[in-house]
Design a protein around this ligand. Structure first.
Ligand code: C5P
Length: 209
């Protein structure tokens, strides 16, 4: 049996990041949160003073930006997630990020990657694919709690509207839209605790190892 690559995809605030991190710890494999790459590009576009919809500027930035220049915490906010989904719809941005994601996945000990298109585009050969979902209301409630913990004030209604808009943009784009790969296992976490979701995810991966 060859290397284990685990692809974890799903919409915003579905719990995929937590699950991917827990799977990486369980199997002692490196983990890449690919959403952070899109967030870094968005941040770099804004910091350079460009309009977030400027695809030419974003395409130029994606080939030169320095990943070590960003503090993860500064990328987790609400606005930057929204901006990330705008640049993520640009083909030049997506294609510019493919090689580094595939290099990460190719490590000899295997890897866990989470995002929107890991199972469909980045690692179509991944041995284990999970598509993590939850209702928009459950995701909004989780994000609300997370943002409150960061001291970012936002109403539940506002966050729910953000999530619906981001879902529509991520699912509706023509390049690598958010969707489950044909061979992904769908894990709906709406009614699960984190521990229950982790146990299910491990069982799904073990069945594919
Ligand atoms: O997962 P996260 O919320 O950090 O992702 C931010 C945005 O980056 C998403 O809304 C999506 O538009 C984009 N993204 C993507 N493909 C990935 C990961 C993230 O398009 N593999």
């Amino acid at each position: 049996k060859g290397r284990l690559v685990i692809a974890v995809d799903g919409p915003a605030a579905s719990g995929k990041g937590t699950l991917a991190r827990r799977l990486a710890a369980h199997y002692a494999m490196p983990y890449l949160d690919t959403g952070l790459l899109y967030r870094m590009v968005a941040r770099a576009v804004l910091e350079a003073g460009h309009d977030i919809r400027d695809a030419e500027a974003a395409g130029a930035i994606v080939s030169t930006f320095d990943e070590s220049a960003f503090a993860e915490d500064s990328l987790r906010g609400r606005e930057i997630g929204e901006a990330a989904s705008v640049v993520a719809a640009m083909p030049a941005v997506r294609s510019g990020l493919i090689a580094r994601q595939r290099r990460f996945a190719a490590q000899s000990g295997g890897a866990v990657l989470d995002g929107r298109d890991i199972g469909t585009v980045i690692c179509p050969q991944a041995r284990a694919k999970l598509f993590v979902t939850a209702t928009p209301e459950v995701r909004a409630a989780r994000r609300h709690k997370e943002l409150a913990g960061r001291g970012e004030a936002a109403t539940f209604e506002g966050i729910l509207a953000d999530i619906r808009r981001r879902d529509a943009r991520d699912s509706g784009r023509s390049d690598a839209p958010l969707k489950a790969a044909d061979d992904a296992v769908i894990l709906d976490t709406s009614a699960l605790t984190i521990e229950e979701a982790v146990a299910k995810a491990i069982a799904i991966v073990d069945a594919r190892r």
